[in-house]
Ligand binder design. Structure first.
Ligand code: HEM
Ligand SMILES: N[C@@H](CC(=O)c1ccccc1NC=O)C(=O)O
Length: 272
Protein backbone atom coordinates (compact mmCIF):
# COMPACT_ATOMS: atom_id res chain seq x y z
CA UNK A 1 0.00 0.00 0.00
CA UNK A 2 1.37 3.46 -0.83
CA UNK A 3 0.99 6.57 1.31
CA UNK A 4 -2.26 7.62 -0.38
CA UNK A 5 -3.83 4.20 -0.03
CA UNK A 6 -3.50 3.09 -3.64
CA UNK A 7 -2.40 -0.53 -3.93
CA UNK A 8 0.92 -0.67 -5.77
CA UNK A 9 -0.27 -3.64 -7.91
CA UNK A 10 -2.81 -1.33 -9.50
CA UNK A 11 -0.37 1.50 -10.19
CA UNK A 12 -0.53 0.77 -13.92
CA UNK A 13 -4.14 1.84 -13.94
CA UNK A 14 -3.65 4.81 -11.69
CA UNK A 15 -5.23 8.01 -12.95
CA UNK A 16 -4.16 11.62 -12.78
CA UNK A 17 -6.84 12.37 -10.19
CA UNK A 18 -5.86 9.42 -8.01
CA UNK A 19 -2.18 10.31 -8.04
CA UNK A 20 -2.91 13.91 -7.04
CA UNK A 21 -5.66 13.04 -4.57
CA UNK A 22 -7.91 15.47 -6.40
CA UNK A 23 -11.06 14.06 -4.83
CA UNK A 24 -9.83 15.40 -1.46
CA UNK A 25 -8.19 18.51 -2.83
CA UNK A 26 -11.11 19.74 -4.94
CA UNK A 27 -13.84 18.99 -2.43
CA UNK A 28 -12.10 21.03 0.27
CA UNK A 29 -13.47 24.46 -0.70
CA UNK A 30 -16.53 24.75 1.49
CA UNK A 31 -17.97 28.27 1.46
CA UNK A 32 -19.52 28.61 4.93
CA UNK A 33 -21.36 31.81 3.99
CA UNK A 34 -22.28 30.62 0.51
CA UNK A 35 -21.09 34.03 -0.70
CA UNK A 36 -19.52 34.14 -4.18
CA UNK A 37 -16.27 35.84 -3.05
CA UNK A 38 -15.58 33.38 -0.25
CA UNK A 39 -14.25 30.98 -2.93
CA UNK A 40 -11.38 33.39 -3.66
CA UNK A 41 -10.65 33.69 0.06
CA UNK A 42 -10.47 29.91 0.56
CA UNK A 43 -8.45 29.20 -2.58
CA UNK A 44 -5.85 31.88 -1.87
CA UNK A 45 -5.27 30.44 1.60
CA UNK A 46 -5.08 26.87 0.38
CA UNK A 47 -2.68 27.77 -2.43
CA UNK A 48 -0.51 29.71 0.05
CA UNK A 49 -0.47 26.76 2.47
CA UNK A 50 0.55 24.38 -0.33
CA UNK A 51 3.41 26.65 -1.35
CA UNK A 52 4.40 26.95 2.34
CA UNK A 53 4.57 23.16 2.45
CA UNK A 54 7.13 23.20 -0.37
CA UNK A 55 9.07 26.07 1.25
CA UNK A 56 9.37 24.04 4.47
CA UNK A 57 10.38 20.90 2.61
CA UNK A 58 13.17 22.82 0.88
CA UNK A 59 14.27 24.85 3.92
CA UNK A 60 14.52 21.77 6.14
CA UNK A 61 16.60 19.95 3.55
CA UNK A 62 18.77 23.05 3.00
CA UNK A 63 19.46 23.26 6.75
CA UNK A 64 20.64 19.62 6.67
CA UNK A 65 22.83 20.21 3.61
CA UNK A 66 24.50 23.25 5.19
CA UNK A 67 25.21 21.21 8.35
CA UNK A 68 26.92 18.65 6.10
CA UNK A 69 28.92 21.32 4.24
CA UNK A 70 27.09 20.44 1.04
CA UNK A 71 26.54 24.05 0.06
CA UNK A 72 25.80 23.68 -3.69
CA UNK A 73 22.90 21.32 -2.84
CA UNK A 74 21.60 23.90 -0.37
CA UNK A 75 21.84 26.69 -3.00
CA UNK A 76 19.60 24.73 -5.35
CA UNK A 77 16.94 24.36 -2.66
CA UNK A 78 17.21 27.97 -1.49
CA UNK A 79 16.87 29.22 -5.07
CA UNK A 80 13.65 27.20 -5.30
CA UNK A 81 12.40 28.71 -2.04
CA UNK A 82 12.95 32.18 -3.54
CA UNK A 83 10.91 31.32 -6.64
CA UNK A 84 8.06 30.01 -4.48
CA UNK A 85 8.18 33.18 -2.40
CA UNK A 86 7.68 35.15 -5.64
CA UNK A 87 4.48 33.16 -6.21
CA UNK A 88 3.02 33.83 -2.76
CA UNK A 89 3.95 37.51 -2.95
CA UNK A 90 2.15 37.74 -6.32
CA UNK A 91 -0.88 36.01 -4.81
CA UNK A 92 -1.65 39.23 -2.88
CA UNK A 93 -2.53 40.88 -6.23
CA UNK A 94 -5.32 38.33 -6.69
CA UNK A 95 -6.62 38.86 -3.15
CA UNK A 96 -6.63 42.64 -3.55
CA UNK A 97 -9.54 42.26 -5.99
CA UNK A 98 -11.61 41.54 -2.85
CA UNK A 99 -13.26 44.79 -1.75
CA UNK A 100 -14.06 45.70 1.88
CA UNK A 101 -17.80 45.36 1.19
CA UNK A 102 -17.36 41.89 -0.32
CA UNK A 103 -15.22 40.69 2.58
CA UNK A 104 -17.62 42.05 5.19
CA UNK A 105 -20.35 39.90 3.62
CA UNK A 106 -18.68 36.75 4.91
CA UNK A 107 -16.15 37.86 7.58
CA UNK A 108 -18.51 36.91 10.42
CA UNK A 109 -18.66 33.31 9.25
CA UNK A 110 -14.89 33.00 9.88
CA UNK A 111 -15.53 33.21 13.65
CA UNK A 112 -12.28 33.56 15.56
CA UNK A 113 -10.22 31.69 12.96
CA UNK A 114 -7.19 33.64 11.76
CA UNK A 115 -3.97 33.31 9.78
CA UNK A 116 -2.40 33.73 13.20
CA UNK A 117 -3.04 30.01 13.60
CA UNK A 118 -1.17 29.00 10.41
CA UNK A 119 1.32 26.51 11.84
CA UNK A 120 3.22 26.22 8.57
CA UNK A 121 3.90 29.95 8.73
CA UNK A 122 5.23 29.42 12.27
CA UNK A 123 7.43 26.53 11.14
CA UNK A 124 8.85 28.73 8.37
CA UNK A 125 9.56 31.55 10.82
CA UNK A 126 11.18 29.05 13.20
CA UNK A 127 13.36 27.75 10.36
CA UNK A 128 14.31 31.38 9.67
CA UNK A 129 15.19 31.71 13.37
CA UNK A 130 12.31 33.84 14.67
CA UNK A 131 11.27 32.06 17.89
CA UNK A 132 8.52 33.50 20.08
CA UNK A 133 7.68 31.46 23.17
CA UNK A 134 3.94 32.21 23.12
CA UNK A 135 3.56 30.73 19.63
CA UNK A 136 3.87 27.07 20.68
CA UNK A 137 1.02 27.59 23.21
CA UNK A 138 -1.41 28.46 20.39
CA UNK A 139 -1.41 24.77 19.42
CA UNK A 140 -1.57 23.12 22.86
CA UNK A 141 -5.01 21.63 22.12
CA UNK A 142 -3.46 19.53 19.34
CA UNK A 143 -0.65 17.48 20.99
CA UNK A 144 0.77 16.11 17.74
CA UNK A 145 1.06 19.56 16.20
CA UNK A 146 2.32 21.06 19.46
CA UNK A 147 5.09 18.45 19.54
CA UNK A 148 6.08 19.20 15.95
CA UNK A 149 6.23 22.91 16.70
CA UNK A 150 8.14 22.35 19.93
CA UNK A 151 10.79 20.31 18.05
CA UNK A 152 11.16 23.02 15.40
CA UNK A 153 11.23 25.67 18.12
CA UNK A 154 14.24 24.02 19.80
CA UNK A 155 16.09 23.17 16.58
CA UNK A 156 18.75 25.41 14.99
CA UNK A 157 17.42 27.70 12.27
CA UNK A 158 19.06 28.25 8.90
CA UNK A 159 21.13 31.18 10.17
CA UNK A 160 22.39 29.13 13.14
CA UNK A 161 23.70 26.47 10.76
CA UNK A 162 25.20 29.16 8.52
CA UNK A 163 27.08 30.50 11.56
CA UNK A 164 28.32 26.97 12.30
CA UNK A 165 29.52 26.71 8.70
CA UNK A 166 31.49 29.95 9.23
CA UNK A 167 33.13 28.38 12.31
CA UNK A 168 34.03 25.20 10.38
CA UNK A 169 35.58 27.38 7.66
CA UNK A 170 37.98 28.68 10.32
CA UNK A 171 36.38 31.97 11.38
CA UNK A 172 36.79 32.74 15.11
CA UNK A 173 33.08 32.60 16.00
CA UNK A 174 32.05 33.13 19.63
CA UNK A 175 31.87 29.47 20.88
CA UNK A 176 28.72 30.19 22.89
CA UNK A 177 26.82 30.65 19.63
CA UNK A 178 27.65 27.21 18.32
CA UNK A 179 25.86 25.18 20.99
CA UNK A 180 23.46 27.83 22.25
CA UNK A 181 19.81 27.41 23.26
CA UNK A 182 18.29 27.62 19.77
CA UNK A 183 14.82 28.33 21.12
CA UNK A 184 15.98 31.89 21.78
CA UNK A 185 15.82 34.23 18.79
CA UNK A 186 19.33 35.10 17.62
CA UNK A 187 20.23 38.65 18.59
CA UNK A 188 23.47 39.32 16.71
CA UNK A 189 27.15 38.94 17.57
CA UNK A 190 30.28 40.89 16.62
CA UNK A 191 32.27 37.73 15.75
CA UNK A 192 29.63 36.83 13.16
CA UNK A 193 29.61 40.40 11.80
CA UNK A 194 33.42 40.27 11.44
CA UNK A 195 33.28 36.90 9.70
CA UNK A 196 30.69 38.00 7.11
CA UNK A 197 32.68 41.20 6.48
CA UNK A 198 35.74 39.06 5.74
CA UNK A 199 33.66 36.86 3.40
CA UNK A 200 32.29 39.89 1.52
CA UNK A 201 35.75 41.43 1.25
CA UNK A 202 37.29 38.21 -0.10
CA UNK A 203 34.58 36.88 -2.33
CA UNK A 204 36.92 34.74 -4.43
CA UNK A 205 38.37 33.00 -1.39
CA UNK A 206 35.00 32.38 0.27
CA UNK A 207 32.80 32.01 -2.81
CA UNK A 208 30.45 29.38 -1.32
CA UNK A 209 29.91 31.26 1.94
CA UNK A 210 29.32 34.44 -0.05
CA UNK A 211 26.74 32.64 -2.19
CA UNK A 212 25.08 31.29 0.94
CA UNK A 213 24.90 34.77 2.45
CA UNK A 214 23.31 36.24 -0.68
CA UNK A 215 20.75 33.39 -0.87
CA UNK A 216 19.80 34.10 2.75
CA UNK A 217 19.42 37.81 1.98
CA UNK A 218 17.12 36.91 -0.95
CA UNK A 219 14.97 34.80 1.34
CA UNK A 220 14.71 37.35 4.15
CA UNK A 221 14.00 40.12 1.64
CA UNK A 222 11.15 38.10 0.08
CA UNK A 223 9.76 37.00 3.41
CA UNK A 224 9.56 40.64 4.49
CA UNK A 225 7.92 41.57 1.18
CA UNK A 226 5.33 38.87 1.77
CA UNK A 227 4.64 40.21 5.28
CA UNK A 228 4.47 43.79 3.97
CA UNK A 229 2.02 42.89 1.18
CA UNK A 230 -0.13 40.98 3.71
CA UNK A 231 -0.19 44.02 5.99
CA UNK A 232 -1.09 46.42 3.13
CA UNK A 233 -3.71 44.07 1.65
CA UNK A 234 -5.27 43.71 5.11
CA UNK A 235 -5.28 47.52 5.48
CA UNK A 236 -7.09 48.00 2.17
CA UNK A 237 -9.67 45.35 3.04
CA UNK A 238 -10.39 45.90 6.77
CA UNK A 239 -8.61 49.19 7.58
CA UNK A 240 -7.72 49.33 11.27
CA UNK A 241 -10.39 46.92 12.54
CA UNK A 242 -9.18 44.46 15.19
CA UNK A 243 -8.35 40.97 13.88
CA UNK A 244 -10.48 37.85 14.24
CA UNK A 245 -7.46 36.31 16.00
CA UNK A 246 -7.72 38.94 18.74
CA UNK A 247 -4.82 41.19 17.73
CA UNK A 248 -4.94 44.92 16.98
CA UNK A 249 -4.88 43.98 13.26
CA UNK A 250 -2.77 46.14 10.93
CA UNK A 251 -0.98 47.76 13.88
CA UNK A 252 0.18 44.29 15.01
CA UNK A 253 1.13 43.26 11.45
CA UNK A 254 3.23 46.45 11.10
CA UNK A 255 5.02 45.75 14.40
CA UNK A 256 6.25 42.29 13.33
CA UNK A 257 7.89 43.82 10.24
CA UNK A 258 10.60 45.25 12.50
CA UNK A 259 12.17 41.87 13.14
CA UNK A 260 15.41 41.17 11.24
CA UNK A 261 16.20 37.50 10.70
CA UNK A 262 19.84 37.65 9.63
CA UNK A 263 21.02 40.97 11.16
CA UNK A 264 24.73 40.87 10.23
CA UNK A 265 23.95 40.21 6.57
CA UNK A 266 22.20 43.58 6.47
CA UNK A 267 24.80 45.31 8.67
CA UNK A 268 27.66 44.24 6.40
CA UNK A 269 26.30 46.36 3.54
CA UNK A 270 27.03 49.59 5.39
CA UNK A 271 30.60 48.52 6.13
CA UNK A 272 31.58 47.60 2.58
C1 HEM B 1 -8.94 39.33 3.59
C2 HEM B 1 -7.78 38.77 3.76
C3 HEM B 1 -7.02 38.79 5.04
C4 HEM B 1 -7.23 39.53 6.16
C5 HEM B 1 -8.29 40.61 6.42
C6 HEM B 1 -6.22 39.14 7.12
C7 HEM B 1 -6.08 39.68 8.37
C8 HEM B 1 -5.16 39.31 9.30
C9 HEM B 1 -5.02 39.89 10.63
C10 HEM B 1 -5.87 41.03 11.15
C11 HEM B 1 -4.02 39.21 11.25
C12 HEM B 1 -3.51 39.45 12.68
C13 HEM B 1 -4.02 38.36 13.61
C14 HEM B 1 -5.47 38.54 13.96
O1 HEM B 1 -5.76 39.27 14.92
O2 HEM B 1 -6.33 37.93 13.30
C15 HEM B 1 -3.52 38.22 10.34
C16 HEM B 1 -2.50 37.34 10.60
C17 HEM B 1 -1.99 36.45 9.71
N1 HEM B 1 -2.49 36.17 8.44
FE1 HEM B 1 -3.93 37.18 7.50
N2 HEM B 1 -5.42 38.18 6.56
C18 HEM B 1 -5.87 37.93 5.30
C19 HEM B 1 -5.37 37.01 4.41
C20 HEM B 1 -4.34 36.15 4.66
C21 HEM B 1 -3.82 35.20 3.71
C22 HEM B 1 -4.27 34.99 2.27
C23 HEM B 1 -2.83 34.52 4.35
C24 HEM B 1 -2.03 33.43 3.73
C25 HEM B 1 -1.87 32.27 4.27
C26 HEM B 1 -2.73 35.05 5.68
C27 HEM B 1 -1.85 34.63 6.65
C28 HEM B 1 -1.70 35.20 7.89
C29 HEM B 1 -0.66 34.85 8.81
C30 HEM B 1 0.44 33.81 8.59
C31 HEM B 1 -0.84 35.63 9.96
C32 HEM B 1 0.04 35.65 11.21
C33 HEM B 1 1.05 36.79 11.08
C34 HEM B 1 1.97 36.93 12.27
O3 HEM B 1 1.57 36.66 13.42
O4 HEM B 1 3.12 37.35 12.05
N3 HEM B 1 -3.65 36.04 5.83
N4 HEM B 1 -4.22 38.30 9.15
N1 LIG C 1 -7.77 37.76 10.61
C1 LIG C 1 -8.75 38.05 9.57
C2 LIG C 1 -9.49 36.78 9.22
C3 LIG C 1 -8.67 36.03 8.29
O1 LIG C 1 -8.02 36.63 7.49
C4 LIG C 1 -8.68 34.58 8.24
C5 LIG C 1 -9.72 33.88 8.80
C6 LIG C 1 -9.78 32.50 8.65
C7 LIG C 1 -8.78 31.85 7.97
C8 LIG C 1 -7.73 32.59 7.44
C9 LIG C 1 -7.68 33.96 7.58
N2 LIG C 1 -6.63 34.62 7.01
C10 LIG C 1 -5.62 35.32 7.48
O2 LIG C 1 -5.47 35.84 8.56
C11 LIG C 1 -9.68 39.16 9.98
O3 LIG C 1 -9.47 39.73 11.04
O4 LIG C 1 -10.56 39.50 9.21
Amino acid sequence: MSENGIHTDFRDNMTYGEYLNLDKLLTSQERLSGHHDEMLFIVIHQVSELWMKLILHELDAAIESIEEDELPEAFKMLARVSRVQTQIIQAWDVLSTLTPAEYMEFRDSLGRASGFQSYQNRLIEFALGYKQAHIVKIYEKDPELAQKLETAYRAPGIYDVAIRALARAGFPINPELLMRDFSITYKGDSTVADAWLEVYRNVDKYWNLYQLAEKLVDIEDSHQQWRFRHMKTVERIIGFKTGTGGSSGVKYLKSVLDHQFFPELWEVRTKL
